[in-house]
Design a protein around this ligand. Sequence first.
Ligand SMILES: [Ca+2]
Ligand SMILES: [Ca+2]
Length: 279
Amino acid sequence: MANDDIQGTITDSSGNPISGATVYLVAETSTNKVAFKSTDSNGYYKFTKHPDADGMPQEWHVAAYYEDGSGNVFNSVSQPKVSASLSEGAAISSSVVYDLETGDTSRWDDVNDLSATTSQVYAGSYAGICDNAITNGYQAKVNIYDGGRQPSEFEFFWRETSFSYGGGLRLLNSDGEFELGLATDNPGWAIDDGSGVQKVYSGDGYDRWIRFTITFDWSNGEFSADFEDLSSGSTYTDSGRQLKKGKDLEVLRLEDYTGGTWQDGDSMNMWFDNISFTA
Ligand SMILES: [Ca+2]
Ligand SMILES: [Ca+2]
């Protein structure tokens, strides 16, 4: 197991081989990219005798990245994690998903308060939980797109208890400026966009999964919101809302939020799952 080769073929969503894609080998237990290769003319890559110093079975992700020269960027991380032989290749999709299915927070870049848990799960075996509100700092951070991208859609699911006084997600662009925030105003739903913070729905209660889908219109610096309480069926939709800057997205942060103020440190007890970005 220790020195097996990891190899495969990178294809597009139609199954056509992608030449010149960059493939990273990412350890299960960290976000470190331990090696990278470019695919050949047949889309083939191979990591020979990949690092596995402890001699124990080590599982890996393969992350693939490709720009087609027309401004289209394709990213993927193999899910579930691949074990020592990746023989069937990893199809490039244009989605990046944070679903906690590694059972840890290894895919996050900096974590102050976020844990993988089985206590409440929207999909799969794990969700993320934040249960220790942080003042003047974020709960957790991840670089979604190094250098910034303009995905078409952003979606996630959250769940909150009555012990929580709100929390949420904030998106920053490649200049380090905020573009959009979405938060609970326990149990209401709040949007922090180009118009500032607004509570858009009062919420139907606690202990239920809520779906949040954002569709971006980058050419106009706008987005549409489509939110749904998966227990009651209540929805909120709006369109033509202004982003704060309208540039791009690079970083996702989970942050505490209470009654209109981010990072206030006043109680946060909520789960997140299937946070996805689709380019
Ligand atoms: Ca999950
Ligand atoms: Ca709070």
